[in-house]
Design a protein around this ligand. Structure first.
Ligand code: ZN
Length: 284
């Protein structure tokens, strides 16, 4: 789990802030999102495509990401270079904005400033603009269960089928229907913790279950003839700080990838007991 993501979405929420569905005291209006009282970088709760980046009169900057059929609107963001652009693909945990005191005194219309200072107002709905204007028929969801879900599902890990062929099951039970037999050395991406000895895996874009005892974590060798492979604090050449470099030929353990597909560009590996990120194309 991305540390920023966990810290941000478990930030203490003071009583001055509202959960989903609470009534405003002054105006008769339902609170259509959840408030998270903190400052600094705002990480994306879910992977998504940026569909709106707008400056509103009541909620400052709003960034909207599409995730499947839902839209996640991050409201009350300060104008900074951190804002993404429409069309960008954003990873879970990637910084998509900032919460800061800076703009507040100068912007009376900066929502939330009158009574409670910087906070993220997160709205999950079925329409890209439902967070900041009236949209007939839009449905609002409580973000809390989605936050809990994100914080409890571990990051994807790559694993390999050991010793012999094993079966993919439709449910975490040995008497569940078998979907497919996986030959030895098949690589799978695990996306969930063990339930009764099973791991939840992604395979060909489907979710299935596999016996945990049939998988091993993948090891790989750094392949950068004549140079070293830099490792970073985050899976990005922009926000990831360079922490050091691994010589050609170093054997590393791959803990996971940035995303849930086998075409992800970054791999999370252990170096001296620390978890860091490297470009996956240099691992063989
Ligand atoms: Zn709010």
């Amino acid at each position: 789990m991305n540390t920023l993501l966990r810290q941000f979405f478990t930030a203490p929420v003071s009583l001055a802030f509202w959960a989903f569905g609470w009534a405003y005291t002054i105006v008769r209006f339902r609170h259509i999102g959840i408030d998270i009282a903190t400052t600094g970088d705002v990480p994306a709760l879910r992977v998504g495509k940026v569909v709106r980046v707008v400056r509103t009169t009541t909620m400052a900057w709003v960034v909207v990401l599409r995730w499947g059929l839902l839209y996640f609107a991050y409201c009350h963001l300060a104008k900074t270079t951190h804002l993404p652009k429409v069309g960008d693909r954003v990873r879970k945990g990637e910084i998509i904005g900032r919460l800061a005191w800076t703009d507040y005194p100068q912007n009376p219309g900066y929502g939330g400033s009158l009574w409670n200072g910087p906070h993220l107002h997160l709205v999950v709905s079925t329409h890209p603009e439902a967070a900041y204007r009236k949209v007939a028929g839009a449905v609002y969801l409580d973000p809390a269960p989605l936050i809990r879900d994100t914080l409890t599902i571990p990051d994807p890990r790559i694993a390999r089928v050991t010793t012999r062929a094993t079966r993919l099951f439709a449910a975490p039970a040995k008497d569940a229907p078998g979907l497919k037999n996986l030959p030895k050395d098949t690589r799978v991406v695990t996306v969930g913790s063990a339930v009764g000895g099973f791991l939840r895996v992604k395979y060909s874009d489907a979710v299935a279950y596999i016996l945990a005892s049939r998988l091993v974590t993948q090891k790989a060798r750094v392949h950068t003839p004549g140079s070293d492979l830099r490792y970073r604090s985050r899976p990005s050449t922009v926000t990831g700080k360079i922490l050091g470099a691994l010589p050609h030929g170093t054997v590393v353990t791959i803990l996971g990838v940035d995303g849930s597909t086998s075409s992800a560009k970054w791999a999370r590996v252990t170096v001296g007991g620390r978890e860091v990120w490297v470009a996956r194309k240099f691992l063989r």
